[in-house]
Design a protein around this ligand. Structure first.
Ligand SMILES: Cc1cc2nc3c(=O)[nH]c(=O)nc-3n(C[C@H](O)[C@H](O)[C@H](O)COP(=O)(O)O)c2cc1C
Length: 207
């Protein structure tokens, strides 16, 4: 793979894992300075390990620094010119399932998530995904409903079970550590159980 920046290193680390468990990428879907996404995602990535069914990896979109889609060929052609797209493709290819950790921006998904989904096609196909969303009163779920339309178009299967975290700022301390309540951890366990069933079921479809 060309290049040696953070995106390439993340993609290489991703591709080099040897566990036989199904691989789950927890993807941080906000990139702005001061974001709370990493606090929520670090908790969830630890929870994946505690849950025990998946080989989990935390992936941060900020490391890939994807520009707005700039490939001349359509993503469905799987013919990429740019190192950033190749690195993103390597990372996404390595997973059997995804959890998007995402806020809603103006009742919709973050533009970086929309763009990261748009940049690839086959890499997403026939894989399940879940959402850990957060925000104000609505816990980011309006953005998730919009994302569900987009993920099905790249042939992913979104889970009905999800984790919505209202008033997220109140659950993050001054060291930027997120502490969930019981409702949140129960919802996370339910979503991961379901995601694992779907990940097993869809794997044979990918040949
Ligand atoms: C552009 C923008 C739009 C936002 N729109 C919403 C919204 O529609 N609903 C909501 O609950 N919070 C909204 N918020 C507040 C976010 O929930 C809050 O800032 C959260 O921390 C954003 O996630 P991040 O810190 O990981 O970027 C918005 C924030 C930004 C920056």
């Amino acid at each position: 793979m060309p290049g040696s920046g953070p995106a390439q290193r993340t993609a290489q680390r991703t591709a080099q894992r040897t566990s036989t468990a199904l691989k789950l990428h927890t993807i941080i879907c906000s990139t702005r300075p001061g974001r709370v996404g990493p606090s929520v995602a670090r908790w969830f990535d630890d929870f994946v390990r505690e849950h025990g069914k998946f080989d989990g990896l935390l992936v941060d979109l900020v490391d890939f620094n994807l520009p707005l889609l700039d490939e001349p060929q359509l993503p469905i052609m799987h013919s990429y010119q740019h190192a950033h797209t190749k690195a993103w493709s390597t990372s996404v290819s390595a997973a059997d399932a995804y959890v998007f950790v995402c806020p809603e921006y103006n009742y919709g998904p973050t533009p970086v998530l929309v763009n990261a989904l748009d940049c690839l096609y086959r890499e997403w196909n026939y894989k399940p995904c879940g959402f850990v969303s957060y925000g104000g009163m609505a816990g980011g779920v309006r953005g998730v409903q919009v994302s569900k339309l987009q993920v099905t178009t790249v042939k992913m299967m979104p889970m009905a079970e999800g984790v919505g975290i209202p008033m997220v700022a109140q659950m993050i301390d001054d060291r930027r550590v997120f502490t969930p309540n019981d409702l949140i951890t129960k919802a996370a366990a339910r979503m991961l159980d379901e995601l694992h069933r779907w990940a097993q079921a869809l794997k044979p479809m990918r040949g």
